[in-house]
Design a protein around this ligand. Structure first.
Ligand code: ATP
Ligand code: MG
Length: 412
C-alpha cells in the first residue's frame, strides 16, 4: 500500500452543487474554503477535490471525531463519513472491510459499491457480490439484506484509490455559505427568527443579524439573548456581525402619535426601514424575518403587505409556510430553542396594545405615520446602532479572510 493512499480520511459528498453547470468550481471553492475554516483549528488537514466528492486527508490527525462532528454543520454537504483510503485492488478492499467491521456488531448488512470510473475490472454488482461473500466468510451468522440492514458498507472505487466506510451521516444539504450573497436578518429573542436566519445560511447566504432592543426602558436581557443566538448560529457561518439597535426611544415617539391598534405594524415598518439602512451599508441585498403566516396579528397577509411596503429591498420570509411545531423542532435541532425560551422582555412587549389590528390598509398605514418624522427616527436607529463581531472557531477572526487562503485542491 502506498503511503499516499493509506490512512484515515473524511469523504464529503454534495448534491446541489453537482447540479451547477459552469459555476460548479465557484461553489466548490466556497465549500473547500468553508471546510478548512470549520475544522482548521482541530489539526492539520489537506482538502483534496476528487471527481464528484471532496476528501479530507486525516492521516495522523489528532481529532477525527471532532472533524466528524463539525462536518454536520457545513452547509452544502449532502452526506459525509470517516473512511479508510486503500489502493483500488480487491485484496486491499477486503482488508479494509475486515478493519471496518472489526468492532461492529450486526446481524444483517449490505455492500454498496460504486465505481467512479468504469474501467475497473469488476462492475459494481460484481463488487457487491465478491465483497459481500468476503464479509459472510468473516461473519457466518450475518445475512445480506438489501432493504432492512443493520449495516451499510460503502465502497467507493476511484482510479487511484478506494474509500471504505460504514457510518455515513446526512449533512445539512443546501449550498456553501458565501455563495449566495449577504442578507440582513431581523433577529428577535424569539424562537422563529434564528431559524429563519439559519435557513438562509443553509442556502449559501452570509447573514448579518440586526436586533432591536429597548434598553434602558427594559432590562438588558434581550441583547444577551441575541448574542447567545448569534454565537450558536456562527458555528454555521464562521463569522457574524450582530448590529444592536436602540429602539426604546423610537417606540416612545410612536406611542405619542400612533393609535394603539396600529402600533405593532408601525414598529415593524420602522424596524424594516432601519434594517434596510444598515443592510445597504453592509452590502446586504435582502432582509430576512421569522414571520409565519397568521401566527400573530402582525403576520396576516394584509399586515405583511404593509410591512413590505416600507422596504425597497426584498423581505425574505423562509418560515412563511411552516407551523410553529415544525419551527420549534428545527430550533431544537439547531440548539437555539433553549436560548429562545429564556424569559425576557422583548422590545415588542413594550407599549404593545391589547388588541392589535389584523387588517391595516395602505391608507391607514400612511395616515398612522403622518405625524412621525420618519427620516429622523430611521436616522436615529441607524446612527445609534452598535456592531459586535463573532467568530467560529472562537479566535479564528474574520471570514472569509481578507487575503483569501489558498485551498489545497487537486484532481486525480
Ligand atoms: P420571533 O420568534 O422570531 O420573535 P414572533 O413569532 O415572536 O417571532 P413577532 O414578534 O411578530 O413574531 O416578530 C416577527 C418578526 O419580526 C421576527 O421573526 C423578527 O424577524 C422580527 N422582529 C421582531 N422583534 C424583533 C426585534 N426585537 N429585533 C429584531 N427583529 C425583530
Ligand atoms: Mg418575537
Amino acid at each position: 500500500m502506498s503511503s499516499r493512499a493509506a490512512g484515515l480520511c473524511a469523504i464529503v459528498h454534495y448534491h446541489e452543487i453537482s447540479l451547477k453547470g459552469g459555476n460548479r468550481p465557484l461553489f466548490l471553492r466556497h465549500l473547500q474554503q468553508n471546510l478548512l475554516r470549520a475544522i482548521g483549528d482541530l489539526g492539520p488537514v489537506k482538502v483534496v477535490q476528487l471527481p464528484g466528492r471532496i476528501m479530507l486527508d486525516l492521516a495522523g490527525h489528532p481529532d477525527p471525531p471532532g472533524v466528524y462532528e463539525r462536518l454536520g454543520r457545513v452547509s452544502g454537504i449532502a452526506n459525509f463519513a470517516l473512511a479508510e483510503r486503500v489502493p483500488s485492488t480487491l485484496d486491499a478492499m477486503k482488508h479494509a472491510l475486515e478493519r471496518a467491521l472489526a468492532r461492529k456488531s450486526f446481524r444483517s448488512f449490505r455492500i454498496t459499491a460504486r465505481r467512479a470510473f468504469k474501467t475497473f475490472p469488476q462492475s459494481s454488482v460484481e463488487l457487491n457480490r465478491v465483497l459481500g461473500a468476503h464479509v459472510l466468510g468473516l461473519r457466518p451468522d450475518a445475512r445480506v439484506d438489501l432493504m432492512h440492514h443493520d449495516l451499510n458498507v460503502h465502497v467507493e472505487v476511484l482510479p487511484g484509490e478506494t474509500f471504505v466506510y460504514c457510518d455515513r451521516r446526512p449533512g445539512p444539504g443546501g449550498l456553501p455559505v458565501g455563495s449566495g450573497g449577504t442578507v440582513a436578518a431581523l433577529l428577535s429573542g424569539g424562537i422563529d427568527s434564528p431559524v429563519a436566519a439559519w435557513r438562509l445560511i443553509k442556502r449559501g447566504c452570509r447573514v448579518i443579524f440586526v436586533h432591536f432592543h429597548s434598553v434602558p426602558y427594559l432590562p438588558d436581557v434581550s441583547r444577551d439573548k441575541a448574542r447567545a443566538l448569534v454565537t450558536q448560529l456562527t458555528q454555521w457561518q464562521y463569522f457574524s456581525r450582530l448590529v444592536l439597535v436602540p429602539f426604546g426611544e423610537i417606540q416612545r415617539e410612536v406611542v405619542l402619535s400612533v393609535p394603539p391598534h396600529a402600533r405593532v405594524v408601525v414598529y415593524r415598518r420602522l424596524m424594516v426601514r432601519i434594517a434596510e439602512g444598515l443592510a445597504r451599508r453592509a452590502g446586504a441585498a435582502a432582509l430576512v424575518t421569522g414571520d409565519s403566516l397568521g401566527q400573530v396579528a402582525s403576520q396576516t397577509l394584509a399586515n405583511l403587505g404593509r410591512i413590505d411596503e416600507a422596504a425597497d429591498l426584498p423581505v425574505l420570509r423562509p418560515l412563511i409556510g411552516m407551523d410553529k411545531l415544525e419551527i420549534t423542532d428545527q430550533a431544537r435541532a439547531l440548539g437555539t430553542f433553549d436560548i429562545s425560551i429564556e424569559p425576557d422582555a422583548d422590545c415588542c412587549t413594550l407599549f404593545v396594545p391589547k388588541h392589535p389590528g389584523t387588517r391595516m390598509s395602505r391608507e391607514e398605514a400612511v395616515l398612522s405615520e403622518a405625524r412621525l418624522d420618519l427620516a429622523a427616527l430611521v436616522g436615529a436607529g441607524v446612527d445609534g446602532a452598535v456592531e459586535e463581531i463573532f467568530d467560529f472557531p472562537p479566535g479564528a477572526g474574520v471570514f472569509p479572510a481578507r487575503s483569501p487562503r489558498v485551498s489545497q485542491s487537486g484532481s486525480r
